[in-house]
Design a protein around this ligand. Structure first.
Ligand SMILES: N[C@@H](CCC(=O)N[C@@H](CS)C(=O)NCC(=O)O)C(=O)O
Length: 211
């Protein structure tokens, strides 16, 4: 069984979050570029990895992991030496999972709904994130006072949450609240974030040049 990580990737996608995570871990990985514009994600070879036809996906020790937040949590546990997840017996693990799942299950759909101007929600109680306002107010509280979601300790949850905030700002699905801007700035000043961003830009330019 191989211990190397195969990473299905495109620089213009949620795979950027996993890219950041891998750079934080500092472990070797093999990138397999998936050209979304050419529809490679819907070809049989990739559907055999993820029947959803979506990236990111990783294969590690013979197991496929999909869903960006799950990949972040999995990698943090698989490489505990990087210290990106509280240990099993650490009470902070509850806080860590709470906000990681909140970002995936509430922040992402709330921001996307606002971005795509989906119709007003008639049945808020049945919608997991309730309302955009409640979600973003709660997110602000979670990152306050910081500096990170677990206080002084940076974790995989910050990689995911900061990425969702960054995407929200970029697309204007999320309004630029100062608390969130400050949190994002703290997270993205990390060397691993700068490293992955430079590499993602390089790969994106190369893909564009090659058509
Ligand atoms: N729930 C998934 C969403 C993955 C997803 O939607 N990926 C997009 C790129 S950001 C994709 O692969 N889209 C290609 C397609 O649907 O054809 C996750 O969090 O990883």
């Amino acid at each position: 069984m191989s211990d190397s990580i195969v990473f299905y990737y495109n620089p213009m996608s949620r795979a950027r979050i996993v890219h950041w995570m891998l750079e934080e871990l500092g472990v070797p990985y093999e990138m397999r570029l998936v050209n979304l514009e050419k529809g490679e994600q819907k070809k049989p070879e990739f559907l055999a990895v993820n029947p959803m036809g979506k990236i990111p996906a990783i294969v590690h020790r013979g197991v496929v992991v999909t869903e960006t937040a799950a990949i972040c949590a999995y990698l943090a546990d698989a490489f505990p030496q990087a210290g990106l997840a509280p240990a099993l017996d650490d009470p902070q693990r509850g806080t860590y999972f709470r906000w990681l799942f909140f970002a995936a299950g509430c922040v992402e759909p709330a921001v996307l709904d606002r971005l795509f101007s989906r119709p007003p929600i008639e049945r808020r109680m049945a919608v997991g994130y309730g309302s955009y306002e409640d979600t973003v107010n709660t997110l602000e509280k979670a990152v306050t006072p910081g500096p990170y979601i677990l206080g002084e300790r940076f974790s995989a949850a910050d990689v995911y949450i900061a990425s969702q905030i960054g995407y929200g700002f970029l697309t204007k699905g999320l309004e630029p609240r100062p608390t969130l801007q400050a949190y994002l700035a703290r997270c993205t000043e990390r060397p691993a974030c700068k490293r992955f961003t430079a590499e993602a830009e390089r790969i994106a330019a190369e893909m564009k040049a090659n058509g």
